[in-house]
Design a protein around this ligand. Structure first.
Ligand code: TMP
Length: 215
């Protein structure tokens, strides 16, 4: 089993049910003696959490949203993710750049070329060399039909700016995730999030186990 740093991101439309499984994986890794950094985007640092509050609550156009989430990501990468990976930790990150392509790109219709440029600027790091950018080693995509996610979310809490979007928006977000997965299939594990909670957990656990990262 690998003991070098491991970067795993978790994605899906709002209501797809990522949180309990991320916590479960943190416990599973810790039980095997690994140090785990549990974090999220937008957020994960004091500055990025301030940007998160703006992005989730204030009306703004898609470009402003994209610039703010990438600014938050840059701070998060430099101050939390990269240091944890160099210490050999497992970084479990609730959302990363695929969310920007899915929400701002597919959901809001913002220019994908510009997102690719931002991705390359923000995720390029001297330690990785000229031709590489930081990407998750694995992205676990909780795939759930938008109608079911909407039912699950209904009445659960006061919805933020994204959670209050119509089902059509989330259908576009899902198609954005699918497009990202099609471009890099080996980086993704697509989980059928319609399954029971136990079934989803088993699939998530196996996605990590088959890669030799959990015993
Ligand atoms: P969550 O932490 O509850 O998943 O909420 C984060 C929200 O922010 C979610 O609705 C998706 C949205 N988001 C974007 O629109 N773009 C991004 O790049 C990221 C990371 C999240």
């Amino acid at each position: 089993m690998t003991t070098s740093g491991l970067f795993i991101s978790f994605e899906g439309i709002d209501g797809a049910g990522k949180s309990t499984h991320i916590d479960g994986l943190a416990q599973a890794f810790r039980a095997q003696g690994r140090a785990v950094t549990l974090t999220r985007e937008p957020g994960g640092t004091p500055l990025a959490e301030k940007l998160r509050t703006l992005v989730l609550n204030d009306p703004m156009d898609a470009m402003t949203e994209a610039l703010l989430v990438f600014a938050a990501r840059r701070d998060h990468l430099l101050t939390v993710i990269e240091p944890a990976l160099s210490r050999g930790e497992v970084v479990l990150c609730d959302r990363f750049t695929d969310a920007t392509f899915a929400y701002q790109g597919a959901g809001r219709g913002f220019n994908l070329q510009m997102l690719m440029i931002l991705e390359h600027w923000v995720q390029a790091l001297p330690a990785l060399g000229e031709h590489f950018i930081r990407q998750p080693d694995l992205t676990v995509w909780f795939d759930l039909p938008a109608e079911i996610a909407a039912q699950r979310l209904a009445g659960a809490r006061v919805p933020d700016k994204f959670e209050s979007q119509p089902v059509e928006f989330f259908k576009r977000v899902s198609s954005g995730y699918l497009a990202r997965m099609s471009g890099e299939p080996e980086r993704f594990a697509r989980i059928n999030a319609e399954n029971t909670r136990e079934g989803v957990w088993l699939d998530v656990f196996n996605a990590i186990k088959t890669r030799g990262w959990l015993g």
